[in-house]
Design a protein around this ligand. Structure first.
Ligand SMILES: *Cc1c(COP(=O)(O)O)cnc(C)c1O
Length: 483
């Protein structure tokens, strides 16, 4: 093919790039500035086919001018975006973006570093190392803990389980990295009945599956009953064992009793304790919340998210493993073309599933540095205070009932003690656009699920959301409660 005839001219292509980036930055800045006032949900009634008509179709033969393309892309997706960065977005558990984190994320895309190896980009390795040390300190984990920067808590949990699998099988005389799982001694896996769905994915990927896992009974808030864990462990035949506990149940925010769980696990020699603390681990940042994770440092591995409570743009999470050798044994690999890092320097790829990888560590680093210890504490505590305030205001309505203990940033509220009314309130709130909250089924009953995880959320945002919710609830009452 004659590439010249096809107009492949990199210099001409690059020519307008400065203007393109400036114009794009203006688009991004305008979006960012509108976060507080933009409607929170996508446009009610917008259909997938409408979006398909705008965005789909065959791949064009001739390329488009980047500036035109971006302008049209922005226009075409606008009403199909959900303003997840809104201070009144309370869906799932989703943080916004701190200014320093967003700006650094722009640079990360621009620097375009493949951060797998120390040698390929020493700055990225050292930035990860610095952020890792801050996080280990902040969470109060053992100083020898090694850290990997993942896409999120799912991959953090997966990585931790891989390290656990290595360690418990090695202790049983089996080299899982060399010989795989077929023919290996059975590994007993124990989780809580309210284990997060992503942990099920991690168990599946790691080759343990879901059915075989022992399930520990939980209390009404979804926290493991330590006595039941003891019962299950006592009934297991001896052998490799992994227990996965949870700090922060995704609906209620409840914490498994980690100290008691660690006591129980320690009675079984060689057993591994993992803690999924996707958002709950951040309770460590607050002296008034720290009691919720008492004993957390006694575990062997931990997973958490940065795109939830640390408020970095998607995506980022971190895995922590006390036994750095087990961590590296599970994730690292040698290959002739991969030059080992000089001296004791750290190759970031040895701690995560991916080899080539985006420089997420820069963004986490910037978020931590821009907040400082006090800022992280203030962020966590102010979100919890808004959650508390919203729960208190909602509870004053005779037709609303808070169905969880609000110990952290999560509120579950049910309306008119009716699944139907609750479903209708959630639907109308999502259409209304003042705020956004989703639904869940908790102990067999439907509830609205409110998560306060955005650094920018103020008490006033909480009040505006509650006002909207209560006025929608009123409307449903007057509209003849039975329908
Ligand atoms: C969100 C969450 C996860 C999964 O995290 P991702 O960032 O979606 O991968 C795991 N566990 C808990 C408790 C969570 O809240």
């Amino acid at each position: 093919m004659d590439v010249t005839r096809r107009g492949w001219d990199p210099r001409a292509r690059e020519a307008g790039t400065s203007d393109l980036l400036r114009a794009t930055a203006e688009q991004a800045i305008a979006y960012r500035a509108s976060l507080g006032e933009r409607r929170v949900g996508s446009r009610p009634g917008l259909t997938a086919d409408e979006l398909r008509a705008r965005l789909g179709g065959p791949l064009p033969d001739g390329g488009e001018d980047p500036a035109t393309l971006i302008e049209r892309l922005v226009a075409d997706v606008d009403d199909g975006l959900v303003t997840m960065g809104s201070p009144r977005y309370f869906g799932f558990v989703i943080g916004g973006s701190l200014p320093a984190a967003l700006a650094t994320d722009w640079l990360v895309a621009t620097w375009d570093q493949n951060v797998g190896l120390f040698l390929s980009t020493p700055a990225a390795s050292i930035v990860e190392e610095a952020a890792a040390a801050w996080l280990v300190d902040l969470f109060g984990l053992p100083v020898e803990t090694s850290v990997g920067f993942t896409t999120g808590a799912t991959m953090a949990n997966f990585t931790a389980l891989a390290a656990a699998r290595h360690a418990v099988l090695r202790a049983a005389g089996w080299d899982v990295e060399e010989d795989g799982l077929i023919g290996a001694p059975p590994v007993h896996v124990v989780v809580g009945e309210r284990v997060h769905a992503s942990m099920v994915i991690a168990l599946r990927l790691i080759g343990f599956g879901r059915r075989g896992a022992g399930r520990v009974a939980v209390n009404g808030e979804g926290a493991m009953r330590a006595a039941d864990l003891r019962r299950i462990l006592a009934a297991l035949p001896p052998g490799p064992t992994i227990v996965a506990a949870q700090a922060g149940e995704v609906n209620t925010g409840a914490f498994d009793p980690l100290d008691e769980i660690a006591d129980a696990v320690r009675e079984r020699p060689g057993a591994w304790l993992h803690v999924d603390g996707a958002f709950g681990l951040w309770a460590a940042a607050s002296p008034s919340l720290r009691h919720l994770i008492r004993g957390v440092e006694r575990a062997d591995s931990w997973g958490t998210d940065a795109h939830k409570w640390l408020n970095v743009p998607y995506d980022a999470g971190m895995v922590f493993v006390r036994d750095a050798a087990a961590h590296r044994a599970a994730m690292g690999v040698a290959a002739a073309y991969l030059p080992p890092a000089p001296g004791a320097e750290r190759d970031p790829f040895e701690y995560v599933p991916e080899m080539s990888r985006r420089g997420r560590g820069f963004v986490v680093y910037a978020a931590l540095r821009s907040l400082g210890r006090d800022g992280i504490q203030a962020l966590v505590e102010s979100n919890c205070a808004v959650a508390r305030r919203m729960a208190d205001r909602l509870a004053r309505s005779p037709r609303a009932e808070i169905v969880n203990e609000v110990v952290l940033n999560q509120v579950l509220v049910r309306f008119a003690n009716s699944d139907e009314t609750t479903r209708e309130v959630i639907r109308r709130v999502q259409d209304d656009g003042t705020a956004w909250a989703g639904g869940t089924t908790w102990n067999g009953r439907l509830a609205m699920r409110i998560s306060v995880s955005n650094w920018a959320t103020t008490p006033d945002d909480g009040d505006r959301a509650v006002d909207a919710i209560l006025s929608i609830l009123d409307g449903i009452d007057q509209g003849a409660g039975a329908r």
